[in-house]
Design a protein around this ligand. Structure first.
Ligand SMILES: Nc1ncnc2c1ncn2[C@@H]1O[C@H](COP(=O)(O)OP(=O)(O)OP(=O)(O)O)[C@@H](O)[C@H]1O
Ligand SMILES: O=C(O)C1=C[C@@H](O)[C@@H](O)[C@H](O)C1
Ligand SMILES: [Mg+2]
Length: 172
């Protein structure tokens, strides 16, 4: 099976759903954020602070191309879609699921604990603007799954159903 890429805004549940889907489908999962942290040996806030966001984006772009493109789930960082070549890569090499979550629910899911540098602001309108500005990029995915009022089990089932339809001949 082609790689399954999960995209979406911060807090949409990519990492969480990826782990659950990995158990259900018995496929390995790679999380781009966790991979970068391991490879670079720094936390994401430290990379942003010491090397800058542009360098973080280079890591995302480089590592994305090093991951397998078959029989794997790749859960991405929320900003992977900013780079057009990443959107293209994922669509060419895999099946892309955009996990959508309404922004107010995002705010209640994620804490401003410093682990996400782009959420480290008191100004919610900045985060809303970021969310809006990326919306079209996320929607380039093969499928969009609204996760807003769903639990993990329901979301995994929905993804599984889409994959089953593909196996039985539907095109993406
Ligand atoms: N469907 C859901 N319902 C309620 N809470 C959820 C759901 N999915 C994820 N969460 C919670 O939201 C928080 C963020 O989830 P997660 O880290 O998986 O998001 P993410 O999309 O990977 O974010 P990031 O882009 O920052 O990596 C976690 O505390 C998680 O438990
Ligand atoms: O949306 C974003 O730009 C980000 C999301 C996180 O997954 C991390 O990749 C990082 O905090 C940046
Ligand atoms: Mg994540």
């Amino acid at each position: 099976m082609k790689a399954i890429y999960l995209t979406g805004f911060m807090g949409a549940g990519k990492t969480t759903i990826g782990k659950a889907l990995s158990e259900t489908l018995q496929l390995p999962v790679i999380d781009t954020d966790e991979y970068i942290i391991q490879q670079v040996g720094k936390t994401i806030p430290a990379i942003f602070e010491e090397e800058g966001e542009a360098t973080f984006r280079q890591y995302e772009r480089t590592f994305l191309r090093e991951f397998p493109v078959n029989d794997v789930i790749i859960t991405t960082g929320g900003g992977i879609v900013i780079q057009e070549e990443n959107r293209k890569w994922m669509k060419e090499h895999g099946i892309v699921f955009n996990l959508y979550c309404e922004i107010d629910e995002v705010f209640s899911r994620v804490s401003i604990d410093g682990s996400r540098p782009l959420l480290k602001t008191d100004d919610k309108s900045k985060v809303r603007n970021l969310f809006e500005s990326r919306s079209a990029f996320y929607q380039e995915a093969h499928f969009t799954i609204d996760t807003t009022y769903k639990n993990i089990e329901e979301i995994v089932k929905e993804i599984q159903n889409k994959l089953k339809n593909l196996e039985s001949g539907d095109n993406v």
